[in-house]
Design a protein around this ligand. Structure first.
Ligand SMILES: Cc1cc2nc3c(=O)[nH]c(=O)nc-3n(C[C@H](O)[C@H](O)[C@H](O)COP(=O)(O)OP(=O)(O)OC[C@H]3O[C@@H](n4cnc5c(N)ncnc54)[C@H](O)[C@@H]3O)c2cc1C
Length: 373
């Protein structure tokens, strides 16, 4: 058994960690206050070779390192990158034709274009088979109509992996994944959702109004979309587990530092056993989350089935992140409740982790299904 990162992975960790301190930290406040989308960071990450996933020789462990290091400073940029790399780039790499890879991947790898993944609708959240966005085949054209909600990177994306149903009576075998070009007629961004946290990462409605797609814009084959959507969510969940680990470490480190500075009753608060109890629980759960996450990534890189492990990692790491931010606020006392301090940002950002890319309840269902197989 080997717990070491390879030399290349160590270099990625060092490079991305320095980048996050140098380039991301200074714009966190602007993202927070102005809901500013950090285009320039995405471009720089592209120049640094951190985008594109497998297509750019970034294995799953490296991808987890990248998302974790970014999320320590900005969980919002963490989710932008997680969606772009794990759901979109890996999706095109794994299921795309050679022509599709050649057309779509280079600008996504360079950060010149941004990707999004559009499955959710107002009546189809956990139950993706209930989607109503539909397509009709006319000659060589596929005419798509419908409305998606909560699409991360929706307002910025050039290419979107969008799922539409061909036969509402038989969704499992007729949902198809289309690569949508957002510059084409028939595509519109709807409202941008107001959110509790992750400011600067935008989620929006997207609207397809007689949008015309062609055969060579189908990812995989017609009718394979549901399988592709679920398969990509397994990868995506490792990404969100990494985002959760990074966020939890970011909050834990702030709380640890503060506990060594703040004095009450003539002592640093870290000298009180109850604060030590919180800190030890926080770091133990964080390390357990890390191990689950990197184990799922390791299995994925070995080409093994990792649906169970990805769900365990996502479930445990996202619940841990929420546990950690809660205790971190407790350690900060009243300052934790003040919007003038950074710790509350982690608290707000953490809340969605147990909801998107499959809620905690859905992860438990998947885990149960896998172990009872
Ligand atoms: C910030 C943000 C970004 C997002 N980004 C994207 C994106 O990029 N692309 C995309 O397609 N979607 C995205 N989503 C949507 C997200 O994936 C869904 O919100 C999520 O899957 C849950 O769906 P829902 O909100 O409709 O909840 P529902 O499915 O309505 O669930 C409500 C509650 O019921 C529970 N529940 C549902 N079914 C069961 C069951 N069978 N057993 C037990 N409990 C159950 C759920 O766990 C939850 O607690 C995003 C959401 C948010 C908030």
């Amino acid at each position: 058994m080997n717990f070491d990162f390879s030399e290349e992975q160590k270099l990625i960790k060092k490079t991305i960690s320095e980048f996050a301190q140098r380039e991301i930290k200074p714009i966190v406040d602007k993202m927070e206050k102005e809901n500013y989308f950090p285009y320039e960071i995405i471009k720089k990450l592209g120049q640094l070779g951190m985008l594109g996933g497998y297509a750019n020789n970034i294995d799953t462990i490296s991808s987890s390192i990248i998302i974790e290091e970014i999320s320590k400073i900005s969980p919002a940029i963490g989710v932008i990158i997680s969606v772009h790399n794990t759901l979109v780039c890996n999706g095109i790499y794994e299921f795309g034709s050679e022509e599709q890879k050649a057309k779509y991947l280079p600008p996504l790898i360079k950060g010149e274009e941004i990707g999004a993944y559009a499955l959710t609708e107002s009546h189809a959240g956990s139950n993706a088979l209930a989607i109503s966005t539909n397509y009709k085949k006319e000659g060589n054209k596929f005419i798509i109509n419908g409305r998606k909600i909560w699409i991360t990177n929706g307002p910025q994306a050039r290419y979107i992996l969008l799922y539409a149903v061909g036969d509402k009576q038989n969704p499992k075998n007729s949902i198809t994944c289309f690569i949508i070009d957002t510059k084409r007629e028939g595509f519109k961004v709807g409202i941008i959702h107001n959110k509790l946290g992750l400011k600067g990462a935008h989620s929006s409605e997207i609207i397809l109004d007689n949008y015309i797609a062609y055969e060579d814009e189908i990812l995989g084959k017609e009718g394979e979309g549901y399988k592709i959507a679920m398969k990509l969510l397994t990868d995506g969940r490792i990404g969100i587990a990494s985002q959760s680990v990074g966020l939890a470490i970011g909050a834990y480190e702030l709380a640890l530092k503060y506990s060594k500075e703040r004095e009450q009753f003539g002592k640093k608060i870290c000298e009180f056993q109850m604060i030590q109890y919180y800190l030890s629980e926080m770091i133990t759960r964080i390390n357990a989350s890390k191990l689950l996450t990197y184990y799922a990534a390791y299995l994925k890189d070995k080409g093994e089935h990792c649906r169970l492990e990805a769900s365990m990692a996502k479930l445990y790491a996202s619940e841990t992140a929420n546990f950690v931010v809660d205790r971190a606020i407790q350690i900060f006392g009243s300052l934790g409740y003040s919007t003038d301090f950074d710790i509350q940002r982690y608290y707000r950002d953490a809340r969605v982790l147990t909801i998107y890319e499959g809620t905690s309840e859905i992860q438990r269902l998947i885990i149960a299904k896998e172990i009872l197989k």
